[in-house]
Ligand binder design. Sequence first.
Ligand code: NAD
Length: 431
Amino acid sequence: MVSNVISPLHETADRTYQTALSQFDRAAHYLVLTDGLMEYLKWPKRELTVNFPARLDDGTVQIFTGFRVHHNTVLGPSKGGMRYSPHVNLDEIRALAMWMTWKCALVNLPYGGAKGGVIIEPKAHSKQEMEAVTRRFTSEILLFIGPQIDIPAPDMGTNAQTMAWMMDTYSMTLGYSVPAIVTGKPLNIGGSLGREEATGRGVIVCMLEALRQHGITRNPKDISVVIQGFGNVGANAAKRAHDLGFKVVAVSDVTGGYYNPKGLNIPEMVSFEAKSPQKSLETYRGSGVERITNQELLTLPCDVLIPAALEGQLTGDNADRVQAALIVEGANGPTTPEADDIFRERGITVVPDILANAGGVTVSYFEWVQGLQEFFWDEDEVYRRLERILVRAYDEVSHVMEDHNVDMRTAAQITAINRVAEATLTRGFYP
Ligand code: NAD
């Protein structure tokens, strides 16, 4: 029975989903799991596709397609971001939902993994149109989400405002306010201090651990950092690295890269981007700053490379030209399995996404807890708890690496899959 379904999952998967499935297979090799349990952990639990109308500003109606996937709910309600992008597809959402399962398990959060998205170019729509799309999408998936069922959060192309519209639509339907339905909300409706910065900050916590473990203890001003992506994750990682005195030599967004080997003025770039009408760095002209492509950025000489934009960036085609000593994954799935192999051979450490960018979901968890308790913490408390959780997870992964003599990604996946597998066996298979 079970073996009949093994190959179709792999054979038909798109590239991102192939990456997630291959990573799972690599880790599962080190775990003593039955075939049945392995298949159960691999497959998404539920998937919902919705096609829905939204009225545009000119009065016409456009049909949009959205998805929500619950990968696994053994450890608790599912949790994961909502992505708005023209490239969203069901396989990508399946991969991202699966990574959420492992990420939550790795940092010991009482959540399963989910992800969702809408096929849309947010920059091509007005604020009113985005609100109409978000409210109708929320309404279409209403039965699929809930504070004890599945809790959305921001991801690429969505933000705190998107979460506010989702929360309001859900609350209006139920007739009372339900702040714990989403995380990543604005502060004035129950968001958590530190949530906006959490993913980028967590990336830098992991970078500091990795530098320490690799004996790279030079003055931060002599340690160069390159960051792909200047959105929530990339810009906040750049700000934190800059604040700690590191030399951020290059950053990029969808319009290309910006490079100054002497170090960029990150606060100036952050405020430039925020004020620019297109919310991009496109017209930024800082002194000594050279324009480069996103591909050139990935292979610049540097100590640390932080891919923080999108998946599939470090591949078999460019991994042998990467010059960084350490890669800390801000984005989900930026490295393909072929690139992982090359990095391992070349002795380049990759701090994997499910650990390095887990700061976001960790503070989302804090936000959910605060919302359920209606009791809010100060920023220091949030950051202190965040750091403790990430450092502990980093240590656990390091021990598993040593025990199994594997790379860090495989060690992180072994740790996480094992946790979900054990919980599954403890709960047993219903009925
Ligand atoms: P975002 O939409 O805020 O920013 C994305 C950034 O990537 C933008 O600067 C955009 O211009 C840039 N970009 C888009 N296409 C690009 C391309 N082809 N080349 C280079 N840059 C490009 O998104 P985000 O929330 O920062 O998410 C970035 C990544 O981090 C995604 O993989 C996401 O799944 C992951 N992530 C986000 C969070 C979170 O809390 N936001 C948490 C964990 C993981």
